[in-house]
Ligand binder design. Structure first.
Ligand SMILES: O=C(O)CCC(=O)C(=O)O
Ligand SMILES: [Fe+2]
Length: 332
């Protein structure tokens, strides 16, 4: 890493995550807005206002009427469940490539905030890095085609949302679409299938066990698909971080939960906040079965320079940016 890169990132920013491990309390008063994307092209200006308002406030919002059929969402979740149900030896033959966001891992992610591994397994798809990582048609028929199609639909929605933000930030409408170009080998946006294990009874009373410890996302924008009845996601709005009051983000089959990541916070001169979130363990009396989610992380191609218009942060390539974040979180 060069000097200029080192100086561009304050230690305070890098250490933020290690201070967020406390239990805190729950606050159900805050509103997670639901925004309809219906008739997007004609209603663009109005939708952009709504997205901007929600994003600059809590940084988390839900979009509905997003254009992906429920049948397609269901099919992606079916494929996910089938993948995770494969024998361990099969999944092990498609191991996560470290630092590459591609392949299968389980219980490997230890968040600095809590210091214990997330109770989950995941399979990640980053288009240019999938050599040798697709299960065969014999192992799981239709998996590759279904996920490639789903990834592309997620990309399209993410670009529509980012296009609205681009104009608010003084960029042209296609600015972020050019920065997230799936046709290039430098593309590094990721589709991630997540399976949080069912909780055995004896684990319900254990402290400091998380489905996902508190963190912010590294990327520009995250789209998260959740299933009805499989809750647990909580958000802590940055402006009120000291309160340690976490607000539940209720799952629903028809909504995509969106949140701003660190890359877009930097790119927007901090106008768009990347907020802490986590997935808590189920409590006694709640649904304790498995929880499945699917996340799409839009992050700019590796060779794109992140250069905030007001110059709050020095320019930095997306590759260097991600390397710094990975080193800060996993390099210790
Ligand atoms: O599965 C969820 O509800 C959240 C996942 C998440 O925050 C992440 O993978 O970054
Ligand atoms: Fe996250």
């Amino acid at each position: 890493m060069t000097n200029s890169v080192d100086q561009s990132y304050s230690m305070d920013e890098l250490n933020r995550e290690s201070r967020m491990g406390g239990l805190g309390t729950e606050n159900t008063e805050r509103e997670i807005r639901r925004i309809s994307l219906a008739d997007f092209e004609n209603r663009r200006a109005e939708i952009a206002d709504e997205l901007w308002s929600a994003a600059t406030d809590i940084g988390f919002f839900q979009i509905v009427d997003h254009g992906i059929d429920m049948a397609e969402v269901n099919r992606a979740f079916e494929m996910s469940a089938k993948f995770f149900a494969l024998p361990t030896e099969v999944k092990e033959s498609y191991p996560l490539k470290k630092g590459q966001n591609a392949g299968w891992e389980y219980m490997s992610q230890v968040r600095p905030s809590v210091g214990t591994p997330d109770q989950k397994e995941s399979y990640q798809l980053t288009l240019p890095r999938m050599d040798g990582l697709w299960p065969s048609e014999d192992e799981l028929a239709g998996f590759q085609a279904t996920l490639l199609d789903f990834e592309h639909k997620c990309w399209k929605i993410a670009m529509d949302v980012l296009g609205c933000f681009a104009e608010k930030l003084g960029f042209d409408r296609e600015f972020f679409t050019r920065a997230h170009d799936p046709s290039q080998a430098t593309y590094q946006s990721t589709l991630r299938l997540l399976h949080y294990y069912a909780f055995p009874d004896e684990m319900l009373d254990e402290p400091n066990v998380w489905r996902a410890g508190a963190h912010t996302d590294f990327d520009a924008l995250t789209l998260l698909f959740q299933r009805d009845g499989q809750g647990g996601l909580q958000v802590l709005p940055g402006a009120e971080a000291e309160s340690q009051e976490w607000t539940p983000v209720e799952p629903s089959d028809d909504a995509i939960t969106c949140n701003i990541g660190d890359m877009l916070m930097r790119w927007s001169d901090d106008k768009l906040p990347s907020n802490f979130h986590r997935v808590r363990a189920p409590r006694r009396g709640e649904y304790t079965g498995p929880r499945y989610t699917i996340a799409y992380f839009a992050q700019a191609n590796t060779d794109v320079t992140i250069d905030p218009p007001l110059g709050t942060y020095p320019p930095l390539t997306a590759a260097d940016y991600i390397t710094q974040r990975l080193t800060a979180n996993f390099g210790k």
